[in-house]
Design a protein around this ligand. Structure first.
Ligand code: GLN
Length: 251
């Protein structure tokens, strides 16, 4: 049994659409493989010590909550960069994703600094981008899979040239409703606009994150995890994917 250490950033502020459900999925899927997930909250004024966690998780939030944590996250920026350089993985959703870029300008002009862990910038637009979304990803060469989720954001995220999106939008808006890109990834850092929560409907991504976290914990390459039946998960994915497909293109 391995203990996988998760640092959950700002759980009391960034938990829109029950994003903490993602943690529950990681914990169950780890337990089914005989591993334990130890989750520690890292909030405002708490120290983030590089090397102490295998996976960091940041959920989504409204502009107001993002404002409450943005300056604190900047104070943790060096430590988080060091943790990532040491091989820790990160999953950030929506509001958390925006703050991993260089910055986010909210709807009323609030400038929120980001920590530049991902090569992108975000500016809020008038119209919110809301609805079910379906995204095609290829995180490992030759293994194409879809992510189904729900998005609701004012932010338009622009990736820097050459930055790698998490995937391509099949239905929904994605980063900005124009580029056809959704999310961003750089090494073991993944950012996405998809809630739902994200992982219950997309167990393959949960397993990918667990595998990256285990690689950090144990050293070496990310291990292949024992497959699980995933009947309900497949159905949940299909229902969400069908809803997104019914909605159609990008508007
Ligand atoms: N406040 C951000 C926006 O509207 C993020 C919203 C969210 O996390 N759902 O773009």
């Amino acid at each position: 049994m391995t203990t996988i250490r998760v640092g959950h950033l700002y759980p009391e502020y960034l938990n829109i659409y029950a994003d903490r459900g993602n943690i529950a999925v990681l914990a169950r899927r780890a337990a089914w493989r005989g591993h334990e997930l130890r989750v520690t909250a890292i909030s405002v004024d708490d120290a983030l010590v590089p090397g102490e966690h295998d996976l960091y998780y940041v959920g989504g939030g409204q502009d107001r909550e993002q404002l409450l944590v943005a300056a604190d996250l900047v104070r943790k920026a060096d430590a988080l960069h060091e943790a990532v350089a040491g091989g820790a993985a990160v999953l950030a959703v929506c509001g958390g994703y925006q703050l991993l870029g260089r910055g986010y300008r909210g709807l009323h002009g609030e400038e929120m600094p980001g920590i530049a862990l991902l090569p992108l910038e975000t500016v809020a637009g008038e119209r919110r981008l809301i609805g079910d979304a379906l995204v095609e990803c290829e995180l490992e060469p030759g293994r194409r899979r879809t992510l189904a989720g729900f998005e609701n954001h004012a932010g338009r995220t622009r990736l820097d040239p050459g930055a790698e999106p998490l995937g391509r939008v099949l239905a929904g808006f994605g980063n900005d409703g124009e580029s056809g890109f959704e999310g961003c990834r750089a090494g073991r850092v993944i950012g996405t606009y998809l809630h739902g929560p994200l992982l219950p409907r997309n167990p393959w991504l949960a397993d990918r994150l667990l595998s990256l976290a285990l690689a950090h914990r144990l050293g070496g390459e990310p291990p292949e995890l024992a497959p699980l039946p995933d009947e309900l998960e497949r159905l949940a994915h299909e229902v969400a994917a069908a809803r997104a497909r019914a909605r159609g293109g990008r508007s």
